[in-house]
Design a protein around this ligand. Sequence first.
Ligand code: PSV
Ligand code: MN
Ligand code: MN
Length: 429
Amino acid sequence: GIIMRIDKDRIQDKNQKDLKSHQESFDFLSNRLEKNNCNVNDIIDKLSKFQVAIPSWALGAGGTRFGRFSFQGEPSTLEQKIDDVGILHALTQTAGAISLHIPWDVPQDYEAIKQLAVSHNIIFDAVNSNTFQDQKNAEKSYRFGSLSNREKTIREQAVQHNIDVINIGRKLGSKSLTVWLADGSNFPGQNNFQNALQHTQDSLKNIYGALPDDWKMFIEYKPYEPNFYSTVIQDWGTSFMLANECGEKAYTLVDLGHHLPNSNIEQIVATLMLKGKLGGFHFNDSKYGDDDITVGSIKPYTLFLIFNELVYGMNNNPQNPYPAWMIDASHNIKDPLEDLIQSLEAIQEAYAKALLIDQAQLRAAQIENDVVRCQEILQNAYRTDVRPLLQQARLTTGGALSPLHIYRSLKVRENLITARGVNSKAVGL
Ligand code: PSV
Ligand code: MN
Ligand code: MN
């Protein structure tokens, strides 16, 4: 197929006109930060190393049950999805991984797919199983659940699917499996809670038994939807318990959209990291439910507080592995690639602000019970415009000073439409 890619020379060329003004704002900010004992080089280094996986299902326009308005030039093959992530990575230098969903993304030619990913400098992060839909030619239906189903043969089919997903991921170099279940019930009395949980535990253990030694299993939780009365893995506590019972390679996965309103997600993060069980992280934002909208578009301060705990955990909890980061968003009306660029920027911004927090001073203020100073320390960091740091990080890695501007000025979407056609559609959610 036609390959869309943006080479570094092109980006450098486009960066030229903003270079001088960037240098001015960067110098101004770094002088100020250095005066406050901030190690700017260290922050730049951390920002450029921070890579977030893009899920293969986020590259087309999503939609709701009321309709789906597809976006022109959507990727319709796995190759094209990888090319799209390549574009994001070339511009932002932050999207160095793709997360596949099976069976939507089963490769035909593994070697060719791997080579394509290498050519874009992206790796295969967690592979995702799908037991929330019935697949073509499936013998059994997941209508009444998968890993939790009352019927043994249905559970076995779902377990086998997860093992198949592991084997596909192995061939691509993935190192983790994410399990998200839609299992639950729509009406009181429909399910026996205890049986459903017990079956889920047993099924997860069977999957865990097939996990290679150097792999991790991430157990995602969600309070409701698609089931509206109960969900088997409804919260972090249930996920944590299941992960503990499976073993040391099993972890909880936090998706920002999977909490009831006003949950203290930053505290959940702290608890899981203390216990060494935060394995994966899905970014998105929401106002009402699992809205999956652009990261940082609704609650940027909460995102910053969450990053504060993530940074603290990464520095103080060697018992917790480095988490697998992914954006789990969908795009109803925006160009998916533009939306993802905005999300990546918001993630880096929250991370940079969290890195500005003077942990020693915060600790001192906490010990003195100086609540006002504690708040000032957090808010001083939050109120700093860190965008020049993000730009500097991108500049040093060959990315774009302004990814969105370059995306538009290179007419990337127009080129994708020419290459793929107006009606090209992505499979997925
Ligand atoms: C469903 O809510 C969901 O968004 C979960 O977050 C999964 O990670 C994703 O779909 C794909 O399975
Ligand atoms: Mn998710
Ligand atoms: Mn979700």
